[in-house]
Design a protein around this ligand. Sequence first.
Ligand code: URA
Length: 313
Amino acid sequence: MKIEEATYALLEELKRLRSEGLKEIYFDEKNVLALEKAMNSRESDHSENLVSILEGKGRHSLASSESFNLSSSLGDSKHAENPPSEEIRQKGRNSSFPSAPKLELPEGGKAEKWNWLKDRVMSCETCKQQLNPNAKVVYGVGNLDAEIFFCGEAPGAEEEQKGEPFVGPAGNLLDRIIEAMGISRDSVYLGNILNWRPQHSQAYGNRPPTIDEMEFCIPYLMAQIQIIRPKVVVALGKTATDGLLGHNPKRRLSDCRGRWNDLEGIPLMVTYHPSYLLHNPSKMSKRKVWEDMLMVMEKLEMPISQKQKDYFI
Ligand code: URA
């Protein structure tokens, strides 16, 4: 990967993290030096931006204009109001994108309905057209009697290859969170807002879904929720939250996590996406996610040990 591409990817990721509500980021000294060294030999605008960002080293505020203002770093005042991923979403608005499918679940038990829906998703022409080469459409997996329905954003590189949600690094972390709750991956249900990995021009990273893409896939997700009838839905990250609660560019995850929201009568807990924790593995972020999970456990009257209560403190 070229340094310009890597720099661009890093800036995009920082913007995404900020849109998720991250205010500070920790740069490891060794990595700062390596990046500085690599970028000092270049003269691209992005490199200059990043070098100036990194010059303070250590902990950087993603909001403070003194140490690091992403909006001005990127020379785009719109970023101050709209999270950057919001711009990507809006840019992708396309009036010719197919309208959302109308679904009417068949009569029958959960398994029948779930299999019927799976057939619909796997044979969905729009979903197939959106796929990257050799990739698979990804439908939800898990226990049809699950009490907890975890909803993510969209498949990533590993998921689109395997055709299963949450099998990459974020999925491994989600598995660990689920295990820390004293339950197994097999006992919950895992779904995504999108059934495909959003295409983009870079060979690395993930693009947030556009509003068109989300609107198209939401009926498939809501039908899965209707079939499973979980006692609690957990929205992982901003895209899942927007998909489930309605699009709201001003919404900050930090404002709606840590309390109960309502999804058509089902209690909905919003929390940070595991990939956010992978990028920001501070004790504070982990503790926040864990507190959200403790609320889920309390709601479901699951046993909670003292050790579990004290996790990540
Ligand atoms: N991230 C998601 O949101 N969903 C997946 O399935 C994998 C990673």
